[in-house]
Design a protein around this ligand. Structure first.
Ligand SMILES: [Zn+2]
Length: 178
């Protein structure tokens, strides 16, 4: 996973969390070299003001954006200057990667601690216990099941896991020293 996929991962996470408007608002903020007012973001995205505010507060809640609050000298009301919180983004991404790592480790454990059977006709895959329950016949088409060698899957999982562990270690070092 390089930097590109990390960013894609981040956008996917934002959209999952705040809806598609979140991705748009975040993109505008991360491209901007200066802090932006709510109304600047409205202009740049074409998303209505209420939705922009909702998204900004949600992005703020998960720590991806931050703001500076100031009083407007004309009417003494608060105005907010928004920007992306770069340090927090690294933390959020790292947390996501750690969650993915945990899932991969669980999957590896599952593959290592079971033996599998597969239907040669439609690819239905069962654990030994499930196959036993079905008298070693496919529950879908009734074909006889054959043993499924998962050593390649295990090998692949181990490789991805160790790469991801390395990547996480590197990024933790970077965050520590930034
Ligand atoms: Zn089958």
């Amino acid at each position: 996973m390089g930097r590109g996929s990390s960013l894609k991962d981040l956008y996917a996470f934002i959209e999952e969390y705040t809806g598609p408007a979140g991705g748009e608002v975040f993109k505008v903020l991360s491209k901007s070299t200066k802090e932006l007012l709510d109304e600047d973001i409205v202009k740049k995205t074409g998303i209505d003001e209420q939705e922009v505010r909702r998204v900004l507060y949600e992005l703020h809640n998960i720590g991806l954006v931050t703001y500076k609050k100031m009083r407007n000298p004309n009417d003494n009301r608060y105005i907010y200057y928004w920007r992306v919180d770069a340090t927090r983004i690294n933390h959020v991404l790292l947390k996501r990667k750690k969650a993915v790592l945990e899932k991969l480790k669980e999957r590896l454990q599952y593959e290592e601690s079971n033996s599998f059977f597969v239907c040669p006709v439609d690819g239905v895959r069962l654990t030994y216990d499930e196959a036993l329950e079905n008298d070693f016949r496919c529950p879908r088409c009734g074909s006889e099941l054959v043993t499924d060698d998962n050593s390649e899957t295990i090998e692949k999982l181990r490789k991805i896991i160790s790469e991801l562990e390395e990547e996480i270690k590197r990024e933790e070092e970077l965050i520590k020293h930034s």
